[in-house]
Design a protein around this ligand. Sequence first.
Ligand code: PRP
Length: 229
Amino acid sequence: MSFAKIVKEVLFTKEQIKKRVDEMVSRIDKDYQGKDLVVVALLKGSVVFLADLVRGFTRPLAFDFIGVSSYGSSTSSIGMVTLEKGITVDITGKSVLVVDDILDTGRSLNFVKNYLQKFKPKEIKICVLLEKKETRLMDVRADYVGFEIPNVFVLGYGLDYEDRYRHLPYIASLKEEYYNELSAKITEPSEGIVQDRTAGSSNGRTAGSGPVGLGSNPSPAASNTAKNV
Ligand code: PRP
């Protein structure tokens, strides 16, 4: 499937992303002067952003990855997040910067923050490239934000549609017809689309309640106005 076929609108070009990431790097690099920094990135969406971010830092740092999965109702705040991969770098007494591609409901980052607190770091801050404010369900705030976006389904620069298109150098919105297609798939659990998250077919987009994945993009079946998870 060609990119042009599924892309509705390019929201941020490669050049716009680079400019904004460079600005973020300058600020963060200054803020962490003299600190023992460990960057912890959430798999998989943050990987492209992380790579551009850390290469701009002028100070020594370590980085590590964490993997989480979200399950639960698309419309309530009772979603359950589980740990799939924990950290392996020692963060005790260190300054931790959690990096993710997008802050949406806040479930993932809320879970990660609580998980990391157990290792008694000196401080934890959060850095995201994208933020959807209107969909927040948890009391999580990012210390560094690249761009604020409305509640649209986004892909590219690490963000996926059905686990693809993460490699696109720009960030785009998905055409409604594909969004609706995804909605149709999700409402047919007999096809096994949403039950098996490891198959990578649902990309965490969910419908209704039950043990289905949640993700960074609008819940297609929640409503026609793209009410988010
Ligand atoms: C996405 C995204 C964030 C999270 C944000 O991950 O990368 O980690 O959802 O959503 P939240 O604020 O509602 O928790 P996803 O579960 O889709 O996995 P992925 O990163 O592997 O695509």
